[in-house]
Design a protein around this ligand. Structure first.
Ligand code: ASP
Length: 319
Protein backbone atom coordinates (compact mmCIF):
# COMPACT_ATOMS: atom_id res chain seq x y z
CA UNK A 1 0.00 0.00 0.00
CA UNK A 2 1.51 3.32 -1.02
CA UNK A 3 0.73 7.00 -0.69
CA UNK A 4 -0.01 8.95 -3.91
CA UNK A 5 3.73 9.72 -4.11
CA UNK A 6 4.44 5.99 -4.35
CA UNK A 7 6.17 5.77 -0.96
CA UNK A 8 4.76 3.38 1.64
CA UNK A 9 1.83 4.77 3.61
CA UNK A 10 2.85 6.42 6.87
CA UNK A 11 -0.54 6.71 8.59
CA UNK A 12 -3.83 4.83 8.42
CA UNK A 13 -6.47 7.49 9.02
CA UNK A 14 -9.41 6.25 6.97
CA UNK A 15 -10.66 4.02 4.15
CA UNK A 16 -11.77 7.04 2.12
CA UNK A 17 -9.10 7.52 -0.55
CA UNK A 18 -7.73 3.97 -0.45
CA UNK A 19 -7.64 2.12 -3.77
CA UNK A 20 -8.87 -1.45 -4.31
CA UNK A 21 -5.21 -2.54 -4.45
CA UNK A 22 -4.44 -0.82 -1.13
CA UNK A 23 -7.30 -2.68 0.52
CA UNK A 24 -6.68 -6.04 -1.12
CA UNK A 25 -2.98 -6.05 -0.30
CA UNK A 26 -3.81 -5.38 3.36
CA UNK A 27 -6.36 -8.21 3.33
CA UNK A 28 -3.82 -10.56 1.73
CA UNK A 29 -1.20 -9.69 4.34
CA UNK A 30 -3.82 -10.22 7.07
CA UNK A 31 -4.36 -13.79 5.82
CA UNK A 32 -0.79 -14.69 6.74
CA UNK A 33 -1.42 -13.44 10.27
CA UNK A 34 -4.68 -15.41 10.56
CA UNK A 35 -2.61 -18.54 9.98
CA UNK A 36 0.08 -17.46 12.42
CA UNK A 37 -2.49 -16.66 15.13
CA UNK A 38 -3.99 -20.14 14.78
CA UNK A 39 -0.62 -21.85 15.11
CA UNK A 40 1.35 -22.67 18.26
CA UNK A 41 4.02 -19.96 17.71
CA UNK A 42 2.27 -16.60 17.74
CA UNK A 43 5.38 -14.48 17.94
CA UNK A 44 7.10 -12.62 15.09
CA UNK A 45 9.87 -10.05 15.22
CA UNK A 46 8.64 -7.59 12.58
CA UNK A 47 8.31 -4.84 15.22
CA UNK A 48 11.18 -5.84 17.48
CA UNK A 49 12.68 -2.73 19.06
CA UNK A 50 9.66 -0.59 18.16
CA UNK A 51 7.40 1.20 20.59
CA UNK A 52 3.61 1.30 20.18
CA UNK A 53 1.46 3.56 22.34
CA UNK A 54 -2.31 3.06 22.52
CA UNK A 55 -4.09 6.32 23.27
CA UNK A 56 -7.81 5.77 23.75
CA UNK A 57 -9.95 8.75 24.75
CA UNK A 58 -13.14 6.67 24.41
CA UNK A 59 -13.92 3.26 25.91
CA UNK A 60 -12.94 0.20 23.91
CA UNK A 61 -12.78 -3.54 24.46
CA UNK A 62 -12.14 -5.27 21.15
CA UNK A 63 -10.15 -2.58 19.36
CA UNK A 64 -7.76 -1.72 22.17
CA UNK A 65 -7.19 -5.34 23.21
CA UNK A 66 -6.57 -6.49 19.67
CA UNK A 67 -4.15 -3.65 18.92
CA UNK A 68 -2.28 -4.53 22.10
CA UNK A 69 -2.18 -8.21 21.20
CA UNK A 70 -1.22 -7.41 17.60
CA UNK A 71 1.72 -5.22 18.66
CA UNK A 72 2.94 -7.77 21.20
CA UNK A 73 2.70 -10.66 18.75
CA UNK A 74 4.86 -8.67 16.33
CA UNK A 75 7.45 -8.04 19.02
CA UNK A 76 6.82 -4.35 19.81
CA UNK A 77 6.90 -2.79 23.27
CA UNK A 78 3.27 -1.81 23.77
CA UNK A 79 2.10 0.83 26.23
CA UNK A 80 -1.50 1.71 27.00
CA UNK A 81 -1.87 5.30 28.13
CA UNK A 82 -4.45 5.44 30.91
CA UNK A 83 -6.31 8.49 29.66
CA UNK A 84 -8.65 8.62 32.67
CA UNK A 85 -5.72 9.13 35.06
CA UNK A 86 -3.49 11.16 32.72
CA UNK A 87 -2.87 14.89 32.41
CA UNK A 88 -5.68 15.19 29.86
CA UNK A 89 -7.84 15.21 33.00
CA UNK A 90 -5.89 18.25 34.17
CA UNK A 91 -6.77 20.19 31.04
CA UNK A 92 -3.86 19.27 28.81
CA UNK A 93 -4.86 19.59 25.15
CA UNK A 94 -4.77 16.70 22.72
CA UNK A 95 -1.88 18.28 20.85
CA UNK A 96 0.16 18.85 24.03
CA UNK A 97 -0.43 15.23 24.99
CA UNK A 98 0.64 14.14 21.52
CA UNK A 99 3.78 16.29 21.62
CA UNK A 100 4.69 14.86 25.04
CA UNK A 101 4.36 11.31 23.77
CA UNK A 102 6.20 12.23 20.58
CA UNK A 103 9.21 13.33 22.63
CA UNK A 104 9.47 9.74 23.91
CA UNK A 105 10.07 8.51 20.32
CA UNK A 106 7.25 6.04 19.81
CA UNK A 107 7.12 4.38 16.39
CA UNK A 108 3.35 4.16 16.18
CA UNK A 109 0.42 5.74 18.01
CA UNK A 110 -2.98 4.05 17.97
CA UNK A 111 -5.54 6.76 18.68
CA UNK A 112 -9.25 6.74 19.42
CA UNK A 113 -10.90 10.12 20.03
CA UNK A 114 -14.47 11.37 20.39
CA UNK A 115 -13.95 14.24 17.90
CA UNK A 116 -14.13 13.56 14.16
CA UNK A 117 -10.85 14.73 12.60
CA UNK A 118 -8.87 14.73 15.87
CA UNK A 119 -6.70 11.76 14.85
CA UNK A 120 -5.71 13.41 11.55
CA UNK A 121 -4.83 16.62 13.38
CA UNK A 122 -2.65 14.67 15.79
CA UNK A 123 -0.95 12.82 12.92
CA UNK A 124 0.19 16.16 11.52
CA UNK A 125 2.05 17.01 14.74
CA UNK A 126 4.05 13.85 15.43
CA UNK A 127 7.01 12.11 13.79
CA UNK A 128 5.67 8.57 14.07
CA UNK A 129 2.95 6.62 12.29
CA UNK A 130 -0.62 7.06 13.49
CA UNK A 131 -3.51 4.61 13.17
CA UNK A 132 -7.06 5.84 13.59
CA UNK A 133 -8.84 3.50 16.01
CA UNK A 134 -12.08 5.49 15.63
CA UNK A 135 -12.60 9.26 15.51
CA UNK A 136 -16.05 10.53 16.46
CA UNK A 137 -18.59 9.70 13.77
CA UNK A 138 -15.96 9.86 11.01
CA UNK A 139 -13.98 6.65 10.38
CA UNK A 140 -12.88 3.38 11.95
CA UNK A 141 -10.72 1.95 9.18
CA UNK A 142 -9.46 -1.23 10.88
CA UNK A 143 -13.06 -2.23 11.67
CA UNK A 144 -14.00 -2.01 7.98
CA UNK A 145 -10.88 -3.98 7.03
CA UNK A 146 -11.63 -6.76 9.52
CA UNK A 147 -15.23 -6.83 8.33
CA UNK A 148 -14.02 -7.15 4.75
CA UNK A 149 -11.63 -9.96 5.66
CA UNK A 150 -14.45 -11.78 7.46
CA UNK A 151 -16.79 -11.38 4.49
CA UNK A 152 -14.16 -12.44 1.94
CA UNK A 153 -13.24 -15.56 3.92
CA UNK A 154 -16.91 -16.52 4.33
CA UNK A 155 -18.32 -15.65 0.92
CA UNK A 156 -15.14 -15.95 -1.14
CA UNK A 157 -15.56 -12.43 -2.55
CA UNK A 158 -16.82 -8.95 -1.79
CA UNK A 159 -17.59 -7.57 -5.25
CA UNK A 160 -21.21 -8.15 -6.28
CA UNK A 161 -22.50 -8.86 -2.77
CA UNK A 162 -25.49 -6.99 -1.35
CA UNK A 163 -24.73 -5.72 2.17
CA UNK A 164 -27.34 -4.19 4.47
CA UNK A 165 -26.02 -1.86 7.19
CA UNK A 166 -28.86 -1.62 9.68
CA UNK A 167 -29.37 0.82 12.55
CA UNK A 168 -27.73 4.02 13.67
CA UNK A 169 -25.61 4.88 10.63
CA UNK A 170 -26.01 8.58 11.45
CA UNK A 171 -23.58 8.33 14.39
CA UNK A 172 -21.54 5.38 13.17
CA UNK A 173 -17.91 5.61 12.05
CA UNK A 174 -18.12 1.87 11.36
CA UNK A 175 -20.86 2.50 8.79
CA UNK A 176 -18.88 5.27 7.10
CA UNK A 177 -15.68 3.22 6.78
CA UNK A 178 -17.62 0.18 5.59
CA UNK A 179 -19.51 2.18 2.97
CA UNK A 180 -16.22 3.46 1.51
CA UNK A 181 -14.62 0.02 1.55
CA UNK A 182 -17.58 -1.92 0.19
CA UNK A 183 -18.17 0.60 -2.60
CA UNK A 184 -14.47 0.54 -3.49
CA UNK A 185 -14.50 -3.24 -3.82
CA UNK A 186 -17.72 -3.34 -5.84
CA UNK A 187 -20.33 -4.45 -3.29
CA UNK A 188 -23.80 -2.85 -3.17
CA UNK A 189 -24.70 -1.22 0.13
CA UNK A 190 -28.11 -0.58 1.65
CA UNK A 191 -28.62 1.59 4.73
CA UNK A 192 -31.65 0.52 6.76
CA UNK A 193 -32.81 2.78 9.59
CA UNK A 194 -35.58 5.09 10.72
CA UNK A 195 -35.35 8.47 8.92
CA UNK A 196 -33.95 10.10 12.09
CA UNK A 197 -30.88 7.82 12.01
CA UNK A 198 -29.92 8.16 8.33
CA UNK A 199 -27.02 10.58 7.62
CA UNK A 200 -28.21 13.80 5.93
CA UNK A 201 -25.93 13.36 2.89
CA UNK A 202 -26.54 9.61 2.55
CA UNK A 203 -27.67 9.98 -1.07
CA UNK A 204 -24.14 11.10 -1.91
CA UNK A 205 -22.53 8.05 -0.27
CA UNK A 206 -23.44 5.65 -3.07
CA UNK A 207 -25.93 3.64 -1.01
CA UNK A 208 -29.61 2.70 -1.29
CA UNK A 209 -31.76 3.82 1.62
CA UNK A 210 -34.58 1.88 3.23
CA UNK A 211 -36.67 3.03 6.16
CA UNK A 212 -38.63 -0.25 6.12
CA UNK A 213 -36.34 -3.03 7.34
CA UNK A 214 -38.55 -5.77 5.93
CA UNK A 215 -38.15 -4.37 2.42
CA UNK A 216 -34.48 -3.50 2.83
CA UNK A 217 -33.40 -6.99 3.89
CA UNK A 218 -34.82 -8.74 0.82
CA UNK A 219 -32.02 -10.36 -1.19
CA UNK A 220 -29.16 -9.34 1.13
CA UNK A 221 -26.02 -11.48 1.48
CA UNK A 222 -24.75 -9.77 4.64
CA UNK A 223 -26.77 -8.12 7.41
CA UNK A 224 -24.56 -5.82 9.45
CA UNK A 225 -26.16 -4.54 12.65
CA UNK A 226 -25.19 -1.32 14.44
CA UNK A 227 -25.69 -0.19 18.03
CA UNK A 228 -27.72 2.90 18.89
CA UNK A 229 -24.83 5.25 19.76
CA UNK A 230 -26.62 7.04 22.56
CA UNK A 231 -23.39 8.67 23.79
CA UNK A 232 -23.39 10.76 20.58
CA UNK A 233 -27.09 11.64 20.71
CA UNK A 234 -28.48 14.85 22.06
CA UNK A 235 -32.17 14.31 22.56
CA UNK A 236 -34.25 11.38 21.47
CA UNK A 237 -33.87 9.75 18.04
CA UNK A 238 -36.29 6.84 18.52
CA UNK A 239 -39.70 6.84 20.25
CA UNK A 240 -38.80 3.92 22.56
CA UNK A 241 -36.42 0.97 22.68
CA UNK A 242 -39.36 -1.42 22.51
CA UNK A 243 -40.68 0.18 19.34
CA UNK A 244 -37.17 0.36 17.86
CA UNK A 245 -36.64 -3.35 18.40
CA UNK A 246 -40.04 -4.13 16.90
CA UNK A 247 -39.28 -2.31 13.64
CA UNK A 248 -35.46 -2.37 13.41
CA UNK A 249 -34.22 -5.15 15.72
CA UNK A 250 -32.92 -8.21 13.88
CA UNK A 251 -34.76 -11.37 14.85
CA UNK A 252 -35.37 -14.71 13.15
CA UNK A 253 -38.46 -13.49 11.28
CA UNK A 254 -36.70 -10.49 9.76
CA UNK A 255 -33.56 -12.46 8.98
CA UNK A 256 -35.70 -14.88 6.96
CA UNK A 257 -36.29 -12.04 4.47
CA UNK A 258 -32.59 -11.90 3.55
CA UNK A 259 -31.00 -14.60 1.35
CA UNK A 260 -31.17 -18.10 2.91
CA UNK A 261 -27.36 -18.09 3.16
CA UNK A 262 -27.08 -14.53 4.50
CA UNK A 263 -24.72 -13.91 7.42
CA UNK A 264 -25.07 -11.56 10.38
CA UNK A 265 -22.32 -9.20 11.52
CA UNK A 266 -21.97 -6.72 14.37
CA UNK A 267 -18.89 -4.63 15.31
CA UNK A 268 -19.75 -4.82 19.01
CA UNK A 269 -20.60 -3.94 21.65
CA UNK A 270 -24.02 -5.52 21.09
CA UNK A 271 -27.11 -4.33 22.85
CA UNK A 272 -29.19 -7.50 22.95
CA UNK A 273 -32.91 -6.88 22.68
CA UNK A 274 -32.31 -3.42 21.19
CA UNK A 275 -30.80 -3.86 17.71
CA UNK A 276 -30.40 -7.64 17.80
CA UNK A 277 -32.12 -10.62 19.33
CA UNK A 278 -29.95 -13.13 21.22
CA UNK A 279 -31.31 -16.03 19.22
CA UNK A 280 -29.78 -14.76 15.96
CA UNK A 281 -26.69 -13.16 17.53
CA UNK A 282 -25.69 -16.52 19.03
CA UNK A 283 -26.59 -18.68 16.01
CA UNK A 284 -23.19 -20.06 15.04
CA UNK A 285 -24.48 -21.06 11.61
CA UNK A 286 -25.51 -17.52 10.72
CA UNK A 287 -23.52 -15.14 12.92
CA UNK A 288 -19.97 -14.04 12.06
CA UNK A 289 -19.54 -11.94 15.20
CA UNK A 290 -16.86 -14.16 16.77
CA UNK A 291 -14.98 -14.45 13.47
CA UNK A 292 -14.94 -10.64 13.26
CA UNK A 293 -13.12 -10.49 16.58
CA UNK A 294 -10.58 -13.08 15.43
CA UNK A 295 -9.98 -11.25 12.14
CA UNK A 296 -9.49 -8.01 14.08
CA UNK A 297 -6.19 -9.21 15.52
CA UNK A 298 -4.86 -10.35 12.13
CA UNK A 299 -5.90 -7.15 10.36
CA UNK A 300 -4.28 -4.97 13.03
CA UNK A 301 -1.07 -6.99 12.77
CA UNK A 302 -1.09 -6.42 9.01
CA UNK A 303 -1.63 -2.67 9.45
CA UNK A 304 1.18 -2.38 12.02
CA UNK A 305 3.49 -4.45 9.82
CA UNK A 306 2.74 -2.36 6.74
CA UNK A 307 3.12 1.04 8.38
CA UNK A 308 6.40 -0.03 9.99
CA UNK A 309 7.87 -0.19 6.48
CA UNK A 310 7.11 3.48 5.85
CA UNK A 311 10.49 4.90 6.86
CA UNK A 312 13.73 4.07 5.04
CA UNK A 313 15.30 2.61 8.17
CA UNK A 314 11.97 1.17 9.21
CA UNK A 315 11.84 3.87 11.88
CA UNK A 316 14.43 2.07 14.02
CA UNK A 317 16.97 4.83 14.32
CA UNK A 318 14.89 7.89 13.57
CA UNK A 319 14.82 10.32 16.49
N1 ASP B 1 -16.96 -0.44 18.50
C1 ASP B 1 -17.45 0.35 17.39
C2 ASP B 1 -16.90 1.76 17.45
O1 ASP B 1 -16.03 2.05 18.25
C3 ASP B 1 -18.94 0.33 17.29
C4 ASP B 1 -19.70 0.84 18.49
O2 ASP B 1 -19.13 1.38 19.42
O3 ASP B 1 -20.92 0.69 18.45
O4 ASP B 1 -17.33 2.59 16.67
Amino acid sequence: MASPSGSPLRHLLGIDGMTPDDILSLLDLSETYVDMNRGPDKKASVLRGRTQINLFFEPSTRTQMSFELAGKRLGADVLNMAVASSSTRKGETLIDTAMTLNAMHPDVLIVRHYDSGAVKLLSEKVNCSVINAGDGTHEHPTQALLDALTIRRTKGRIGGLLVAICGDSLHSRVARSNIHLLNTLGARVRLIAPPTLIPAAADRLGVEIFTDMKKGLVGCDIVMMLRLQTERMQGSFVPSIREYFHFFGLDRAKLALAKPDAFIMHPGPMNRGVEIDSEVADDIDRSLIRQQVEMGVAVRMACLDLLSRSRPDGGRNTP
